[in-house]
Design a protein. Structure first.
Lengths: 393, 180
């Protein structure tokens, strides 16, 4: 018998592999089916948004940052708008805060639905994708209702919202919130006790609380390992302290625990959204009343000279933001989504930096999958819910 | 906890370091001298009253033409103490900083990104390569004196070439494997 060869094999995965959520390239070193090392390569979706933002006026950055984490678009613009408003010292009316909470939670549900569909599909439950996308369609319809744009509505603006809520908004949101909990039950019926799903996910890709802190993972990944850190509870913004909701946690830290945490988050998001929609009146304030930032109403623009001048100034020169820097964290679908902005006191940002949860998650990937099987890589990537647009920016 | 309170705790742990409170509107900001950075970070992570065990991000801002032009910014989070802190380190053009990978493993990629985008070198970093830009990219795009719109010729690479003998050797190697 010939001598057994024991060298390792190097396998390239991606950047166009369907399970890499965009364009992530992994070079795997395998010993049989066991992973010896992983080297991720990112940057394929780098579009220089942070550099581009420095050439734009403050308000013009909103559509740009929405294209970073394209599955959680409005959590990007929310973090950015809140950071700029903090530098400006603006206080929003209660109704604007409630609408923003509602939008943030609907965005979380939309993002988690894509995660659920693709994650389950990648480990064999193909039909889950269609059920998840069907529910997300309703949320995209709501986006279309408020802004005419389904993916990147740019509805959240510095100083409030783009305009007031449209007719039929409450009906559409309530119809979704009534229907969705039964759909979560259906999803769980397909997966939670599914033997194949559990065997593929239990004990796979374990992250401990200490590892999560070391690697800067804050969000569902850390909560599945036992941390209770949630920006909405620890550093409340938008009046989250007035909402009744729980932070779901698990202790195992494996792929299955991350699945359970995110499913529970879907239910909590529905709970928050129901409280928010009950507080929102069909019409009312949709922006703060700071004339530096918010243009005057159209009827005044047509009848008053001062209003016309103000309108012209806001749309041509933009507004200036006091010099200084600020970091504003929010709880995005993937974890702490922060914006660090620096202003030099002019009408354009000096520096915009988004803290990307996916970036940190991919960095930690080699340590999570090392020693596991090659088939588990796909399950682990899916469970970390990375979006390459968020990672590469 | 404001900046002076954090400095009071850090003072005895990092003797002789000249900390300086920074102006901020959100949470404590401390200017740290670059050569004492690693000690400071270790104290921030381990001191019982601080416990900044989680690294949030490492980034930088270019204040060109001011000197020193760069500020490297570290955002840290203490979950047990519900605190955040921002460290700032001033770095001149062509300057370098020690890596804090030894304190938080997660600092590795953010530091790589700062090198990639700003050209600030992190001494002792295990893997300081391009991260977001292609490996053969010249310059550091997030610098203020880097042009916004540049024209660059398309990169072409030599096609992969393999000789017939190499091809046959490959097939032979595989064949040996299959007989096992």
């Amino acid at each position: 018998m010939a001598e057994l060869r024991t060298e390792t094999m190097t396998v390239n995965m991606g950047p166009q592999h369907p399970s890499t959520h965009g364009v992530l390239r992994l070079v795997l070193e395998l010993d049989g089916e066991v992973i010896q090392s992983v080297m991720p390569t990112v940057g394929y979706l780098h579009t220089g948004i942070e550099k581009t933002a420095e050439q734009k006026k403050w308000q013009q950055v909103i559509p740009l940052v929405e294209r970073m984490d394209y599955l959680g678009a409005q959590s990007n613009s929310l973090a950015y708008a809140l950071a700029v408003e903090k530098l400006l010292g603006l206080e929003m009316p209660a109704r604007v805060k409630d609408i923003r909470v509602l939008i943030a939670e609907l965005q979380r549900i939309a993002s988690h639905l894509i995660w659920l569909g693709t994650h389950a599909m990648e480990i064999g439950a193909v039909s889950m994708l269609f059920y998840a996308i069907r529910e997300r369609e309703l949320l995209l319809n709501i986006n279309e209702l408020i802004a005419g744009f389904r993916f990147f509505p740019s509805y959240i603006r510095i100083g409030g919202l783009r305009e007031d809520l449209p007719r039929g908004f409450h009906e559409a949101v309530n119809a979704f919130l009534e229907r969705f909990p039964t759909k979560i039950d259906e999803f769980e019926g397909l997966l939670t006790k599914n033997d194949i799903f559990r065997r593929r996910t239990e004990g796979v890709g374990v992250v401990t609380v200490e590892d999560a802190a070391q690697w800067g993972l804050v969000g569902p990944i850390a909560r599945a390992a036992g941390s209770d850190y949630d920006v909405r509870k620890y550093f409340p913004y938008l009046g989250y302290e007035t909402y009744d909701f729980k932070v779901p946690t698990a202790t195992e830290g494996d792929v299955y625990a991350r699945y359970r945490v995110r499913i529970a988050e879907l239910r909590e998001s529905v709970k928050i959204a129901k409280q928010a929609i009950a507080r929102i009146t069909p019409s009312g304030a949709w922006a703060c009343d700071d004339p530096r930032v918010v243009p005057p109403p159209k009827d005044k623009v047509y009848t008053e000279m001062e209003a016309l001048i103000q309108h012209f100034l806001i749309y041509s020169q933009g507004f200036t933001v006091p010099a200084g820097d600020v970091y504003f964290p929010i709880e995005g679908p993937r974890g702490e989504h922060g914006t660090y902005i620096v202003s030099d006191g002019t009408n354009r940002p000096w520096r915009v930096k988004m803290r990307a949860p996916s970036f940190m998650a991919i960095q930690a990937l080699p340590s999570v999958v090392k020693g596991g099987l090659i088939a588990d890589v796909v399950a682990v990537i899916g469970s970390t819910d990375v979006v390459m647009g968020d990672c590469d920016r | 906890m404001d900046a002076s309170a954090v400095i009071d705790i850090l003072g005895p742990l990092v003797p002789g370091a000249a900390f300086e409170p920074g102006r901020s509107i959100d949470f404590a900001t401390i200017y740290v001298p670059g050569e004492r950075l690693v000690e400071t970070c270790r104290a921030l992570r381990d001191a019982d009253a601080l416990k900044f065990t989680t690294i949030i991000e490492v980034t930088a801002a270019d204040y060109f033409p001011r000197e020193p032009r760069f500020e490297v910014v570290y955002h840290l989070l203490s979950i047990p103490r519900r605190q955040r802190v921002r460290l700032k380190v001033r770095v001149p053009d062509g300057g370098s900083l020690p890596t804090v990978q030894g304190i938080w493993k997660g600092a590795g990629w953010p530091e790589r990104e700062v090198w990639d985008m700003f050209g600030i070198v992190f001494d002792g970093h295990t893997d300081l390569r391009r991260l977001l830009m292609p490996e053969d990219w010249e310059g550091h795009p997030a610098r203020k004196d880097y042009p916004v719109q540049i024209r660059k010729a398309a990169q072409t690479y030599e096609p992969m070439e393999i000789s017939e003998s190499e091809f046959r050797a490959n097939i032979e190697r595989d064949r040996v494997k299959r007989t096992h």
